[in-house]
Design a protein around this ligand. Structure first.
Ligand SMILES: Nc1ncnc2c1ncn2[C@@H]1O[C@H](COP(=O)(O)OP(=O)(O)O[C@H]2O[C@H](CO)[C@@H](O)[C@H](O)[C@H]2O)[C@@H](O)[C@H]1O
Length: 477
């Protein structure tokens, strides 16, 4: 079974969020299921630099201009890079410049990526034809549209929605430049409220649609969560399913993590206290406080609900808690958290930026991770939290609802709790959840039991890789 992934980010080359973790880790888990995965990525500088034993498949003409397809190994993955320096070799991020402004040619950049995916699906590499084309998010969403426009045999297509909030919407004037058939600019095509919708086109034409948790798959079909695509998803409900994300349990392992001062495990926890001391020193937090050290590692956006935390933080600090926050995003939220850190530097530390190594130390050193998301397709940081004994405090939505067992009295009594869940997603409910966290913290034996249990949860890719294999088998067969 050969599967071609196509995506716009992938660890360790380029990452703005969880999509990169999934695309980087799932291929190895699928290999264990007997699936051969190649990953098509834009030829960003770090991708091209990492390619070993690269061979050029040949030139291809894309809507973004001429490009080359280059195949090689990089960081343990089989990669096909779309080498088009004019599109992808730039300073800044994968979607925006160093000032955070979207690149003005994003429609061309990701139409080129989609175009390359379609070409590979139809045999651009004669020696490696995929049985399934597996696309991730809007940046690859035009691939099923291009395949629909073409004749000739094609493999089955799967589109995974990692976040329906990002839809790749562009004005109708791009139809010509992107080489799209005008007849597709309709409700049953790639048109979305007068615009060209990359994700919309994929949801119409992909053979299967998955998202990253069963609960989010259901939520997506409701007006509250579907962001205008719920009707289409209800229409296609027989091909929609939710497969829970896992994490790379080798990269995220407190027994071997080089970012921690000392290894630890559920059996030998001394290293967790050492990680807490290292984190306190690094962030200038006071030691010896009576409550838990709460962490945030997140994009600071409306989705993540961290404005609610800013609101209830004084109440949590009054109970002896502390906060360590690592994130970037909305300037208003950054400023709000910075102000709280300046007002109370012993108890609140805020690092604005993206720092992978610090993220690891935070999961190691903190007692709990706060994820008050308004919606969350799956979420990975609660899984990192479970694995590192950093108890998740989560909104009961999407994948958060599917992966954390609330420490209510019944769950504590039967010994199944792994964190705290709350609903509705309001400041009041989050405040109550943090009070419950402090109560659990005060009951030291119950806290330790919950922490050890959290660390024993199966958070790897094994179960879900088998589910993807079954999905591919059903399609290719
Ligand atoms: N400042 C920072 N410094 C270092 N690391 C940082 C960071 N900010 C965030 N990260 C890291 O970025 C990743 C975020 O992944 P998430 O799954 O939590 O959310 P995201 O919304 O990006 O992903 C979307 O796609 C994923 C993958 O399917 C879904 O799980 C999720 O629900 C969906 O919203 C984690 O690895 C986290 O540690």
């Amino acid at each position: 079974m050969r599967v071609l992934f196509a995506a716009s980010e992938c660890v360790p080359f380029v990452k703005t969020g969880g999509l990169a973790d999934v695309v980087g880790a799932l291929p190895a888990a699928l290999a264990a299921e007997g699936v051969e995965v190649r990953v098509l990525l834009p030829g960003y500088g770090p991708v091209m630099a990492a390619l070993e034993g690269a061979a050029t498949l040949g030139p291809i003409e894309t809507p973004g201009g001429p490009a080359r397809l280059v195949v090689g190994r990089a960081a343990g993955l089989d990669v096909v890079a779309l080498d088009a320096p004019a599109l992808f070799d730039r300073p800044g991020g994968p979607y925006s410049d160093t000032a955070g402004r979207d690149w003005p040619d994003n429609h061309l950049r990701f139409a080129a990526l989609s175009h390359a995916a379609a070409a590979l699906a139809q045999g651009a590499d004669r020696d490696w034809r995929p049985d399934v084309l597996h696309l991730h998010d809007w940046q690859t969403g035009l691939a099923p549209v291009y395949l629909h426009q073409r004749t000739g045999p094609r493999p089955a297509t799967v589109l995974t929605i990692h976040n329906v909030a990002f839809q790749g919407l562009f004005p109708a004037s791009v139809i010509g430049p992107l080489g799209l058939d005008r007849s597709g600019f309709a409700q049953d095509g790639y048109e979305f409220w007068g615009k060209v919708g990359f994700l919309k086109g994929a949801l119409v034409h992909a053979d299967r649609i998955t998202t990253v948790s069963p609960t989010y798959a259901r939520e997506l079909m409701t007006p509250e969560f579907g962001m205008g695509l719920d009707g289409l998803l209800r229409h296609r409900r027989t091909v929609v399913s939710g497969i829970l994300n896992g994490i790379d349990t080798r990269a995220w392992d407190p027994e071997t993590d080089p970012a921690l001062p000392r290894p630890y495990s559920a059996r030998a926890m001394a290293g967790k206290a050492a990680a807490r001391r290292a984190l306190e020193r690094r962030l200038g937090l006071a030691a010896g406080m009576p409550g838990p050290l709460l962490a945030v590692v997140s994009r600071l956006t409306e989705q993540k609900g961290l404005d609610l935390l800013a609101e209830v933080l004084p109440r949590f600090l009054a109970r002896g808690g502390r906060l360590a926050l690592l994130g970037t995003g909305a300037t208003g939220l950054e400023a709000a958290f910075r102000a709280q850190a300046e007002a109370d530097p012993d108890r609140v530390a805020v690092v604005i930026g993206f720092d992978e190594a610090l993220a690891h130390l935070i999961f190691g050193g903190a007692d709990a991770i706060c994820i008050p998301s308004r919606f969350e397709p799956c979420g990975l940081t609660q899984l990192y939290g479970l694995r590192y004994g950093c108890l998740p405090v989560v909104a009961r939505t999407g994948g958060l609802a599917d992966t954390v067992i609330d420490a209510n009295p019944a769950a504590l009594a039967t010994g199944v709790a792994t964190g705290i869940q709350f609903a509705p997603v309001t400041a009041a409910a989050l405040g109550d959840a943090l009070d419950r966290l402090c109560d659990l913290w005060a009951d030291r034996p119950a806290w330790r039991r919950t922490m050890r249990r959290a660390m024993g949860q199966p958070v790897g890719w094994e179960v879900s890789a088998a589910a993807y294999r079954a999905l591919y088998d059903g399609l290719a067969g």
